[in-house]
Design a protein around this ligand. Structure first.
Ligand SMILES: Cc1cc2nc3c(=O)[nH]c(=O)nc-3n(C[C@H](O)[C@H](O)[C@H](O)COP(=O)(O)O)c2cc1C
Length: 210
């Protein structure tokens, strides 16, 4: 890993950053030493996911060692903490308790890309932003599907690619008897069908609010 990092740093003129985990497994959490060695390779910043490789996604992310890396007096590059940040409150706690320079968010943004704005709002105002209107959230999801299609250049593939977001989004949480609609939404392969289902959900939701 160090050899690869050194080679990349030497080969390019732009800043190189590394993202890695705590180590290979429970008995090899080498990140504190590894971070120093990576820094010595000349990287510009280090992102750390608070799990080991063998852990995959099991258990909670352990931020203690991320904090140790950050608080190591030998370290001077920015440290980006990662793992299980899904709320503005947790983001704040990670900054305050572990002193990291930034937090990185993965799964928390799936189906909820506005999480970054929510966190910024929380940091600036000390309280949560009022929930975004249902229709606004749905519009963002639809835009996401459209951009996915545009990016991939194929309607069906773009929809399949964005299914993960539709499946994980909190937007439809709490809607009564949503199961069948959800299944249909995640099976739809063409835009007309998918947006027809989603628009039906919005219409029903609006009716229920009257
Ligand atoms: C769909 C998906 C794709 C990912 N792709 C990468 C990747 O290409 N490189 C990487 O270092 N981590 C990747 N990860 C891991 C995340 O960057 C992150 O380290 C991990 O999900 C823990 O953060 P989280 O709890 O905020 O999700 C991916 C995660 C997900 C869910």
């Amino acid at each position: 890993m160090l050899k690869i990092t050194r080679s990349v740093v030497d080969a390019v003129k732009i800043p190189v950053t590394v993202k890695t985990r705590l180590g290979w497994d429970e008995n090899n959490k080498i990140i504190v030493t590894l971070a120093e060695q990576l820094q010595d390779c000349g990287i510009a910043a280090l992102a750390i996911h608070g799990r080991t490789r063998s852990q995959m996604y099991k258990g909670d992310a352990d931020w203690t060692l991320i904090g140790e890396v950050k608080n190591n007096p030998r370290m001077h590059i920015p440290i980006i903490g990662n793992g299980d940040v899904t709320t503005p409150e947790r983001a704040k706690e990670c900054f305050e308790r572990y002193g990291v320079d930034a937090v990185m968010i993965g799964r928390g943004a799936i189906g909820r890309p506005w999480i970054f704005e929510e966190i910024n709002y929380f940091f600036e105002n000390g309280e949560r932003k009022a929930p975004y209107p249902f229709g606004w959230q749905v519009d963002i999801l639809k835009e996401h599907v459209l951009r996915s299609i545009e990016w991939i250049g194929d309607e069906r593939k773009g929809i399949v690619h964005s299914r993960r977001h539709l499946a994980a989004t909190p937007v439809f949480k709490g809607i009564a008897d949503f199961r069948q609609t959800r299944i249909a939404m995640l099976r739809a392969e063409m835009l007309d069908e998918l947006f027809g289902i989603i628009d039906g959900v919005v219409a029903e939701h609006e009716n229920s609010q009257k």
